[in-house]
Design a protein around this ligand. Structure first.
Ligand code: PLP
Ligand SMILES: N[C@H](C=O)CCC(=O)O
Length: 416
């Protein structure tokens, strides 16, 4: 039973969990015993249609057969060498083909490592110390990212984590998302190595960039010789095969990836222009290394996932599901706004517009939570936090899954 597991977990883990957002499930986290397709199965004998999908990586759904087959083949051959293997080249070739701004790439193990290293590289390249980020953007759990951070950092009231040296904090400048004037002013007045941005914000709910925002970032960073880093840990291979860069027609100097490119296994990557990437060790003097970098299991699962995506028009199918689900959400009587970009979306109650983190924080979180709990009772799992994104998968592209979701939304919409 989940209740018993939870009691024991509280003894071993701070707050009972190993990543904070998992403790946002009320009244206590349920424990999952299995996942298959669009469904997760709990230790309490319930099944739920899963719209969290491991917080984004599982764009094919749980335990996809093709990915499973390829991973098992790789396990038969061995799972860690500390020596290069063919599959890392195959995955790099595919990523670079779809995202041409990535001329060279380094595989690491998480989105956190990806952004941490991309920032270090930008500093090494420009010989400047400061970076500019946006309020509510989440770039992982390292010191340079935990300033006005979204996701669980906002959910649990610590957008600015304790334990980060003042000297570090002084190097991180923050603007409001979609505020180009602020960006121009800061770039003009400070020596900034890089602007790092989530091209679609997926960590304060979903917040799209306003028209011209990303293009404006491109223009201003070029003018001030500052690097532009697109954090595509969520959007990479989600909005289009070429990520947000292809979708919005804006090219970044450095890109960070994670989630989907590991097919559900631990992954991160950063890549970009050859001349910048060649500053990395061993060809340059900006250090990065890792025992598990480019581990063959994550490489294989990622490659298999991208192969299915190429074959099966996954982005359009997942977008269709998101359209159907949000059409039903629109019918909810309680005043709300829905932000959706392709196959990622979120609903905010009690507000008319959400275009930045400050507006997202004004939404009625307690109403969202009530809706999320109602949905769980009706067999559908939405993120347990207002500040996460709802995702769809290929496995959700199924009439029964969609109609059961629509029915659950109807039954869950009494919110006053
Ligand atoms: C945009 C973005 N960047 C970075 C990260 C950090 O990735 P990870 O959790 O794999 O460290 C996340 C999610 O956690 C993310 O959503
Ligand atoms: N929003 C986070 C990543 O995208 C959620 C994952 C986590 O914090 O456990």
């Amino acid at each position: 039973m989940s209740s018993e597991l939870w009691k024991e977990a509280l003894r071993y883990f701070p707050g009972g969990v190993n990543s904070p957002v998992r403790a946002a499930v009320k009244p206590y986290p349920f424990y999952v015993s299995q996942g298959k397709g669009a469904y997760i199965y709990t230790e309490d004998g319930n099944s739920l249609i899963d719209y969290v999908l491991g917080y984004g990586p599982l764009i094919l759904g749980h335990a996809n057969e093709y990915v499973k087959e390829k991973v098992i083949e790789q396990i038969e051959k061995g799972w860690l060498f500390g020596i290069p293997s063919r599959v890392e080249i195959e995955l790099a070739r595919k990523i670079s083909f779809h995202m041409p701004s990535i001329e060279k790439i380094r595989f690491v193990n998480s989105g956190t490592e990806a952004t941490m290293n991309a920032i270090r590289l930008a500093r090494g390249y420009t010989k400047r110390d400061k970076i500019l980020k946006f309020n509510g953007n989440y770039h992982g759990a390292h010191d340079y990212a935990l300033v006005d951070a979204g996701s669980a950092a906002s959910e649990f009231g610590v957008p600015n984590s304790e334990g980060i040296p003042q000297e570090v904090l002084k190097t991180v400048i923050v603007c409001e998302y979609n505020d180009l004037q602020c960006v121009e002013k800061k770039l003009k007045n400070e020596d900034i190595a890089a602007v790092i941005v989530e091209p679609v914000m997926g960590n304060m709910g979903v917040i799209p960039p306003e028209k011209g925002f990303l293009k404006g970032l491109r223009e201003f960073t070029s003018t001030y010789n500052t690097l532009l880093i697109f954090d595509e840990v969520i959007t990479g291979f989600r909005l289009s095969m070429g990520g947000a860069q292809e979708y919005f027609g804006v090219s970044a100097d450095l890109t960070t990836l994670g989630k989907i490119i590991g097919g559900g296994f631990p992954i991160g990557a950063f890549g970009g222009k050859r001349e910048i990437m060649d500053m990395l060790t061993p060809s340059g003097k900006v250090f990065n290394a890792g025992t598990f970098n480019a581990n063959p299991i994550s490489m294989t699962a990622g490659l298999a996932t991208l192969e299915v995506m190429e074959r099966e028009n996954v982005i359009e199918k997942t977008t269709y599901v998101a359209e159907k689900v949000t059409e039903e959400l629109e019918r909810i009587k309680y005043p709300h706004v829905i932000n959706r970009v392709k196959n990622m979306f979120q609903i905010f109650f009690g507000v008319e517009k959400v275009s930045n983190a400050t507006e997202a924080r004004r939404a009625k979180k307690e109403v969202y939570l009530k809706f999320q709990v109602n949905l769980m009772k009706n067999g559908v799992y939405f993120p347990p936090s207002q500040f996460e994104s709802v995702f769809t998968s290929l496995a959700h592209y199924d009439d029964n899954v969609i109609s059961d979701t629509v029915l659950a939304i109807k039954k869950s919409s009494e919110l006053s």
